[in-house]
Write a protein of this length. Structure first.
Length: 91
């Protein structure tokens, strides 16, 4: 996994999606925490299983592209997502 310095800025101040761009570090850090929780329940890590697990457990569908996980997601179950927010504090 690549580590990008927090001072790296890949957007303009007038970007219409500035909040999304600024919150990517939060998103990636939470994915790291979710991976730890996933590995407590599974013997091996497979990206597709991880993505499915996140959706089933927390109602979040994380998007993938041919190279792996992206920073885009959608909420598929509001109740499960509410539990996720309570547990991880992400909004």
């Amino acid at each position: 996994m690549t580590t990008v310095p927090k001072d790296f800025k890949d957007y303009d101040d007038d970007d219409p999606n500035i909040n999304f761009r600024k919150n990517r570090y939060v998103f990636w850090n939470i994915l790291k925490k979710l991976r730890i929780e996933f590995m407590e329940e599974h013997a091996e890590f497979h990206t597709e299983d991880f993505i499915e697990w996140i959706n089933e457990k927390f109602g979040i569908k994380v998007e993938m592209n041919p190279t792996g996980i992206t920073d885009t997601y959608s909420i598929t179950d509001e109740k499960k997502y509410t539990f996720f927010i309570i547990k991880y504090g992400y909004n």
